[in-house]
Design a protein around this ligand. Sequence first.
Ligand SMILES: [Fe+2]
Ligand SMILES: [Fe+2]
Length: 124
Amino acid sequence: MDKLNKKLLKLQQMELDAAVLYRELSDKLESERERAVFDALAAEEGHHASVLRHSTQLIKRPRHHLKRFAILYLQLFGRKALYKMIVKVEKMGANKYSALSLPEARQIADDEARHARIVLDLLN
Ligand SMILES: [Fe+2]
Ligand SMILES: [Fe+2]
């Protein structure tokens, strides 16, 4: 497997892990608005995973440790602390995709940057 494919496979895994995390987070939240936000983000991460699956031609299964970590973090430090972390991770994701010279990565980079802004908005 070449370097680019390895990167894409890692990103594909990350998208799946993020999708299960956001779905679980939505289940744990009280606010309808915030639940709707994370349901929508979960759907978009799932879409990103399928775009990447199309490139890698490999099927990945979601892992659950990121979700477990995030829920623990939520219980220990509260929503706002978790959202701040999510904003950072989404920005990092945007940068990773921006660095790829792949046509489909451009749209995903824009989506991740938008995710960061959406979650940042929940902090205000
Ligand atoms: Fe994504
Ligand atoms: Fe995202």
